[in-house]
Design a protein around this ligand. Structure first.
Ligand code: AHR
Length: 494
């Protein structure tokens, strides 16, 4: 067995974990809304048509914010189409995804659903085909108490109290030429700045996310962030990052090293934010909102009937190696908890999601459900300083990849330390010696693992073989046994 040593200093907090790092995303896309969270007539739907079985699953994931309504969808969306009496709402062609949007679910339905799902809304405005005016109106509709056109319109729609949505996205992936109303960095920076200004004039308590690049692979990455931030720095609070990974070549070793690329992406964006800050002698710091991240590629070639309504779209069936990378990606976000304040697993139900439903039927938990659930429930509090000594390996695309990856967190309220660990190697066991340097008496009392699976093993509607197990004998005096190709949660108490 190979040996690894992890030294932890519980008093040295490298980043307070903002709970919003465990956010997710519901877009009007495929069956995320219709047939996902909303299915009137389903045996388990409540009086509002919200599926209670789906809400129960989402509660297990403990998701504090959900981004809505897009995504690419938002850049062609008229929010006015989704409010007021349902029978008056228009059906529209959604050009982003080539389908028909019925608009029977909109802003007020989503906000009501958020309450029932114990979450809150991160609202995106359309800066593609629309602009500052419609964004301002939506803030007034949602957040103003009453006595103005749009707030009274909300009240006339049966919603007396304002929604008080705190967090808003200034458009979506405006750097991508696939985006409806795609813009140059200059065009976007100016539009976002003016939208931000009037949105904050309506409600000064809101926080705003400026669009960064659609991924680190965009040709304009870096320049886009620099220019957009130069134009909008004073008016925004966060800059967004998006990244999806896939493994179409079946190169598992390189796939599991992608989290190193993500780490580099985050570091670069932090540098850019701080460069604009320093250059312009600003006091305010811009933090990061990694508001789309996941594995996405399994469904890339699935056909979709044009202009159909709520088709099966982007329905990736995840396997075990995807679960390991999702764990590694969320650990990477947590390593930067001092600057990454918001993150959204994209998405939440049916569309590249941890939860899959059948129309009129049941649901299952995908493999990626579990590492997210573990981190969201047990990595609360702060990330603490740790150093890891382990072997390294090369892959086709990366050199010096650590065989195992770990983070440690402390939850002061529970006096609990947790260590999360992935063994990237498919055929080597490790013994992990966790040494908490500054606090005596902590003992491992629980070890949850996912191990013994092949890279392509997954769950589906008929069988869910991939799931976490509790390890029976945790011998932390000898070190913790980290099985090959495994996900591990080790919890310590004294
Ligand atoms: O999450 C799916 C899509 O991925 C989103 O609509 C878009 O923002 C991104 O390209």
């Amino acid at each position: 067995m190979k040996k690894a040593k992890m030294s932890v200093v519980s008093e040295f907090k490298t980043g307070k974990i903002d709970p919003r790092i465990y956010g997710s995303f519901i877009e009007h896309l495929g069956r995320a809304v219709y047939g996902g969270i909303f299915e009137p007539g389903h045996p388990l739907a409540d009086e509002d048509g919200f599926r209670k079985d789906v809400i129960d699953e989402i509660k297990k994931l403990n998701v504090p914010i959900v981004r809505y309504p897009g995504g690419n969808f938002v850049s062609g969306y008229n929010w006015e189409d989704g409010v007021g009496p349902v029978e008056n709402r228009p059906k529209r062609l959604d050009l982003a995804w080539g389908v028909t949007e019925p608009n029977s679910f909109g802003t007020n339905e989503f906000l009501k659903w958020c309450k029932k799902a114990d979450t809150s809304c991160m609202m995106a405005v359309n800066l593609g085909l629309r602009g500052p005016e419609e964004a301002r109106n939506l803030v007034e509709y949602c957040n103003h108490k009453g006595g103005s056109y749009y707030s009274d319109l909300r009240i006339s729609h049966g919603v007396k109290e304002p929604h008080n949505i705190k967090l808003w996205c200034l458009g979506n992936e405006m750097d991508g030429d696939w985006q409806i109303g795609h813009k140059t960095a200059y065009e976007y920076g100016r539009t976002a700045s003016e939208a931000a200004k009037v949105m904050k004039w309506v409600d000064p308590n809101i926080e705003l996310v400026l669009c960064g690049s659609a991924s680190r692979n965009m040709a304009t990455f870096g320049d886009w962030e620099l220019q957009a931030l130069e134009l909008a720095y004073d008016k925004v609070d966060y800059v967004s990052l998006h990244q999806y990974y896939g493994n179409p070549e079946g190169d598992t070793d390189s796939f599991l090293a992608r989290s190193l690329e993500m780490d580099d992406f985050i570091k670069t964006v932090i540098c850019i934010c701080d460069t604009v800050k320093g250059k312009n002698r600003k006091k305010k710091e811009i933090n990061l909102s990694f508001d789309e991240w996941n594995v996405w590629y399994h469904s890339n070639n699935d056909p979709v009937e044009r202009w159909s309504m709520a088709p099966h779209q982007l329905e990736d069936y995840y396997n075990f190696e995807d679960a390991l990378l999702v764990g590694l990606m969320l650990m990477t976000l947590l390593k930067h908890a001092d600057r990454v304040k918001i993150a959204c697993l994209a998405q939440l139900v049916n569309v590249i999601a941890p939860i899959m439903t059948q129309n009129g039927g049941g649901l299952f938990e995908q493999t990626i459900f579990y590492p997210f659930m573990h981190l969201s429930n047990y990595a609360r509090g702060s990330v603490i300083l740790s150093g890891l000594d382990c072997g390294k390996h090369d892959t086709k695309e990366f050199t010096d990849v650590p065989d195992i990856d770990c983070i440690a967190t402390v939850n002061d309220a529970e006096d609990e330390i947790s260590v999360f660990c992935v063994n990237r190697l498919q055929d080597e066991d490790y013994v992990l010696d966790v040494n908490i340097l500054d606090a005596k008496g902590f003992k491992a009392f629980e070890h949850i693992e996912m191990a013994g699976y092949k890279p392509n093993d997954g769950n589906n509607f008929t069988a869910s073989p991939v799931k976490p197990e509790y390890v029976k004998n945790i011998s932390d005096s000898e070190g913790i046994h980290i099985k090959p190709f495994s996900w591990n949660v080790i919890r310590f108490k004294r």
